[in-house]
Design a binder for this molecule. Sequence first.
Ligand SMILES: Cc1ncc(COP(=O)(O)O)c(C=O)c1O
Length: 383
Amino acid sequence: MRSPLKFASRGRVPPFIAMEVMRDANQLAASGVDVIHMEVGQPSTAAPSRVREAAARALSDSVLGYTDGLGLPQLRERIARHYQDFYGVTVDPGRVIITGGASGAFLLAFLAAFSAGDRVVLASPGYPAYRHILTALGIEVVDVATGPADLFQPTPALLDQVKGRIDGVIVASPSNPTGTMLGRSALIALIDWCARNGARFVSDEIYHGLTYDEPATTVVDLSEDAVVINSFSKYFSMTGWRLGWMIMPRDLVPSISCLAPNFVISPPTLSQIAAIEAFDSHDELQINLRRYAENREILVAGLPGCGIENFLSPQGAFYLYADIANLTNNSLEFCRRMLRETGVATTPGLDFDAARGRHTLRFSFAGKTEDIAQAIKRLQKWR
Ligand SMILES: Cc1ncc(COP(=O)(O)O)c(C=O)c1O
């Protein structure tokens, strides 16, 4: 008789609800329903044409073997130059580390920066994978409940209220799910707080480039101790290419130099060669940004007519996070019903805020403008 096999409880993290909603929406679409996808945060456009052309060339001309474990040197240098061009900040290419998306960066960064048992602060609502990766690594997540008054971002005053030690603070500006941002002085205040309290600051800058009023501030020149994470997925419209990067503090580079090749040998070669071209594709990418800006206007203007009135207009990213307590206390059921009855797919807030997500939901407006306008029409009729 076989003895029962064990499983590790750390692998039992909660599911990623947005991805489950996308699966349901895809099933519905496959059955012939005209589904409008506002559930998953990904651009509806392909990678820039220069990127695709470079990939096609590399596919026919190159062996596409492994690259250096920390990434293709030409790409690391090109990213360093991007910091100069985009933010006017000098970055040593030796601190640039190429990863499998921002998601791959989280795993490496959290392993290098935190030990099992450490306590790391996350804003709630926030991006769920931070919590689930930290939890799987045995790192304790300390939730800080944020609201519209603090633009859904942590503040030094909120950190002061946390009981016990804090070893790290993770922020995203612009944020997922709220699209709110931290200005330069707010970032400096948080970094100072971390420096005073021996906490590592992690800045997820994946939505940089996708801002509607003010450009986003990078933490790279505000702190040499902070971990900065970015990706080709959002502004560069390359989700499926699975490529991101980190600017690592010098003291963590030796750990990453050992961890990264052991985990993945090297980041994907084809994507790396092609991504070098992404930084010379701004004209094309700005067209996407203008479409998101138009989509945002339509959503912000149209949602109140659908009974959804309680939200902040997003400053960046392509998400709008709404409190729908006036409509439901069961966002999961509400989103399922909305999908079934209108074909509009959205994400219930539970992914982002386990406590208050019962009465919130997130719209992604990364899609086509005509789809966003159509979604508003359907929801107005549905209310
Ligand atoms: C805040 C945030 N960080 C990271 C990621 C993961 O992105 P990537 O495709 O680079 O792994 C996402 C994806 O939606 C995100 O919203």
